[in-house]
Design a protein around this ligand. Sequence first.
Ligand SMILES: *Cc1c(COP(=O)(O)O)cnc(C)c1O
Ligand code: SF4
Length: 343
Amino acid sequence: MPSNTFVATPKQLAEALGIPREPLEAVHAVYPLRISRYYLDLIKKTGLPLWKQAVPDVLELEDESGLVDPLDEENLSPVPCLVHKYPDRALFLVCSECAMYCRFCTRKRKVGKADMVVNDATIAAGLAYLQRTPTISDVLLSGGDPFMLPIARLDQILTSLRAIPSIATIRIGTRVPCTLPSRVTARLAAMLKKHHPLYINTHFNHPAEITPEAERACARLADAGIPLGCQTVLLRGVNDSPEIMRQLMYRLVQIRVKPYYLFQADLTRGAGHFRTTVDTGVAIMRSLIGHISGMAVPTYALDAPGGGGKIPLTPNYIAKLGETLDFSTYKQLPCSYPNTILP
Ligand SMILES: *Cc1c(COP(=O)(O)O)cnc(C)c1O
Ligand code: SF4
């Protein structure tokens, strides 16, 4: 990648945004910093909701709440960089880098830091674990961001996975279509196309991130036959309003991305200032369900602290479940349904 693709030092970022360097230095001493020039331009155009996601904030250092490893991923890793939490699927971390280091990242303890070691040995160990654990049929590649790997390296990893007969589905989690869409080239799409059934979950958090460039990146992947989903994180001051979330979900469907999850923010230390209450998320879901196309409605979910897995947090429409089901409609009108079978 050209050396001017990213801003990666406090000095560069302070100059680019005209802000003091010292607070950036203080945060950078603990957490990594990287913003693509592309995303930096978007921040300048659109302001706070994108700024907050990308620009280091001293609040990260002041946050003593939460957990360094909120999902207990290290304890759930039978080999380094592979998280095995559900019987039939595994999360395989194949890259330690991202195109941007999001300030709210659940893995901010390690992503982009020198202590996150991903190399040929960890990838070989992960592949060996998948080979000897045939209950796993669905592998999620993540990191970091797998789209930051050289295309040939990602091709090799996908080829090795496809050689394991027990693996049916491969998913890739990537924020590159949002943070560095120019990296989604025709060559990348042509390579991915060889490894179907392949699914991609990308990550957009705000409608301003859906630019013509992002739309082209997603079109390239969709045209390669890859179903696209989105894993949005509910973030205070970024997208914690029904109106913004409605626009985001609507725009995603327009660029052929099906909203998959809306995550309640994890209890990540250093990211406490991004957390909303669950009430906020439930209210947003009520404002979506029934009011916009079902295709645009994600599942609101909480990844249980300690590694309990993802728990759906759906607004409650059931008032009483007995011989009659009493419920409310999306317009909050009472309704009922006979909950019995005919003799
Ligand atoms: C999220 C996650 C998965 C996949 O969960 P789905 O609900 O199937 O998308 C698998 N493993 C780990 C460790 C995860 O965090
Ligand atoms: S792109 Fe994903 S993994 Fe990378 S810093 Fe952002 S949230 Fe974390």
